[in-house]
Design a protein around this ligand. Structure first.
Ligand code: CP
Ligand code: NVA
Length: 320
């Protein structure tokens, strides 16, 4: 089952899943960003635990399933639910009976009887889709091997805070054509920006994702030349060379070495270009310290925006 099919099934039953940016009408995503910006503005000077005045998640519980490690996703969803007036339960996959062979479908039914929404981080997209297809509460994608939509919503929010409307702008991705690259391609189509991706041929973005964008006249350009991709870009983005669960670290380091984002490369971008990275970063590998710790870097604002944008995603899932 594709995310689109899971979402069509959910739409029929009125459940609002957040599985992939490609599933949505652009206006829904824009509405989520606008809500995130309003909530962020309203929090100035308030303690982290202060609850939003309208309590959009009052009496609600979010379960978070982690099949892979996380710092930002766990923290930001947990704080997000508290700020919305709700609560969370964190479950590691090996704490669940899934680890002993219980089906994801049965687990979805049990979770649905106990909580009001589920966030899942998994290596297997199939597990996320099976969860969504069998849950009677909203399911949110907290990263799969194929995509990372919550992160890219935070990236779009951060770009617009720093550099103005994203529509019609040129952003550059440099490195592995991985889960982040896929969600950025989805975002480029949905928010109407140009995305140039510089990736080694063997780590190019997935063909079906590029085909999806091409069918929608997306401005997506793939090259093996980092200098060409970043030329005049308003933003340069990269990610780890070895994503969670990948086993071929040595090979990847060799292939990706020419794709390091350093001062010389970012110097080819627009004069006021910003640098983004979803984190965790590996200084001296995909990015040099002078770039990630330098004046163009907005990586910590980007990480903070996970909280604000996920509050708006949760509120949308709850119909608030
Ligand atoms: N960027 C991101 O998703 O970070 P974590 O892996 O720490 O959650
Ligand atoms: N591509 C990275 C993103 C981490 C947030 C990974 O999947 O490990």
């Amino acid at each position: 089952m594709t995310a689109a099919v899971a979402n069509i099934a959910a739409a029929a039953s009125g459940i609002r899943h957040f599985l992939d940016l490609s599933d949505f009408e652009p206006a829904v995503l824009r509405g989520i960003l606008d809500h995130a910006a309003r909530m962020k503005a309203g929090r100035k000077g308030k303690p982290k635990g202060a609850v939003e005045p309208d309590h959009p998640a009052a009496d609600r519980i979010l379960a978070m399933i982690f099949e892979k490690p996380s710092t930002r996703t766990r923290l930001s969803f947990d704080s997000a639910m508290r700020q919305l007036g709700g609560e969370t339960i964190v479950l590691r996959a090996d704490d669940l009976q899934i680890g002993r062979g219980e089906t994801v479908a049965d687990t979805a039914r049990i979770l649905s009887a106990n909580v009001d929404a589920i966030m899942m981080r998994t290596g297997k997209t199939k597990n996320l889709l099976e969860l969504a297809a069998n849950a009677s509460v909203p399911v949110i994608n907290g990263l799969t091997d194929d995509s990372h939509p919550c992160q890219v919503m935070a990236d779009v929010m951060t770009f617009e805070e720093k550099a103005g409307p994203i529509r019609g702008r040129k952003l550059a991705w440099v490195g592995d054509g991985n889960n982040m690259a896929t969600s950025l391609i989805h975002a480029a189509v949905q928010f109407g920006f140009r995305l140039d991706l510089a990736c080694p041929a063997e780590l190019a973005p997935e063909k079906k994702v590029l085909a999806w964008a091409a069918e929608r006249q997306g401005q997506i350009f793939v090259t093996e030349d980092p200098a060409a991709a970043v030329s005049d870009a308003a933003c340069v983005i990269t990610d780890t060379w070895v994503s969670m669960g990948m086993k071929d670290a040595e090979r990847r380091h060799k292939i990706l070495a020419p794709y390091q984002v350093n001062a010389a490369l970012i110097g080819k971008a627009a004069k006021d270009a910003i640098f983004m990275h979803c984190l965790p970063a590996h200084r001296g590998e995909e990015v040099t310290p002078e770039v990630i710790d330098g004046p163009r870097s907005v990586v910590f604002e980007e990480a903070e925006n996970r909280l604000h944008v996920q509050k708006a995603i949760l509120a949308w899932c709850f119909g608030a």
